[in-house]
Design a protein around this ligand. Structure first.
Ligand SMILES: [Zn+2]
Length: 260
């Protein structure tokens, strides 16, 4: 795997940093039972620097069998720093952490990336401190790195290749990322769209922070999908099983990714 990206467009890699088992209605309305879902993390290798989109669960969950440890499954090789080392990437080299939002399954690895600047929507950062939502753990997201608080769309590298777009509804300041690789456009959805069938059927979870905003975000993703972007759904175990892990994603290869 190339560690120095001399191409002008970003390379994209996917890997799993823990799982959580929750009632399925937490992810999509109208379904019974429970589902074990992955915490999905992406490495963006751009000539101007390395970025992660989300960082999965914290390594504090490794070996934990009480409390949240009963529903979070965090094998010892899953923490983001270990995943990066497997790819021969020193975690110290990560320049940017894009957090879709600051829930503990998305920002748990932030502390393992000491030289990164966290890029988050300002509204999300502020909401994380209010204590209104138990899925935020201050120890996971308030870890001392510089924080770049953005408002609305943000062009990370200034060349249009990685654009952060607001997709609120799951949380007040949720954002997704449009990544234009040499082989096609990926939209890293995060939790504005948990499953492929969430988008196919325009179905929200049972509970959302703001239903109007959530619907608007689904519509935004639907439009991007119509335009040909590959949507990477936030927590879809079936979709995720077909995404190659820890290797450069080729969005052109029909067999490489599930059908749109
Ligand atoms: Zn999540």
């Amino acid at each position: 795997m190339p560690r120095t990206n001399s191409q002008t467009s970003p390379l994209l890699y996917a890997f799993t940093c823990g799982h959580i088992t929750l009632p399925t209605g937490y992810f999509i309305s109208g379904e019974e039972g429970k589902t074990k879902v992955p915490a999905c993390v992406f490495l963006i290798d751009h000539p101007k620097g390395l970025a992660l989109f989300d960082t999965g669960f914290s390594d504090r969950f490794v070996g934990m069998d009480k409390g949240l440890g009963k529903i979070v499954d965090m094998p010892e090789e899953h923490p983001v720093a270990d995943r990066l080392r497997e790819l021969d990437v020193d975690p110290d080299r990560i320049d940017w952490i894009i957090n879709s939002h600051l829930h503990l399954d998305h920002a748990g690895g932030n502390h393992m990336l000491p030289n990164a600047t966290v890029v988050v929507q300002a509204e999300e950062w502020e909401f994380g401190f209010t204590g209104e939502d138990g899925a935020y753990a201050k120890e996971d997201f308030d870890t001392g790195q510089p924080v770049k608080k953005v408002n609305g769309e943000y062009d990370l590298y200034g060349d249009g290749s990685v654009i952060l777009i607001p997709t609120p509804g799951h949380t007040p300041g949720h954002q997704s990322a449009r990544v234009k690789t040499a082989t096609g456009e990926a939209v890293l959805a995060g939790d504005c769209c948990n499953f492929k069938r969430s988008l196919d059927d325009m179905r929200m979870p049972d509970e959302v922070y703001n239903a109007d905003h959530y619907r608007g975000s689904l519509e935004k993703l639907s439009e991007l999908r119509r335009q040909g972007a590959h949507i990477f759904y936030g927590h879809d175990p079936d979709f995720w099983a077909s995404v190659p892990q820890a290797q450069e994603l080729d969005l052109n290869t029909k067999n490489n990714l599930p059908s749109l």
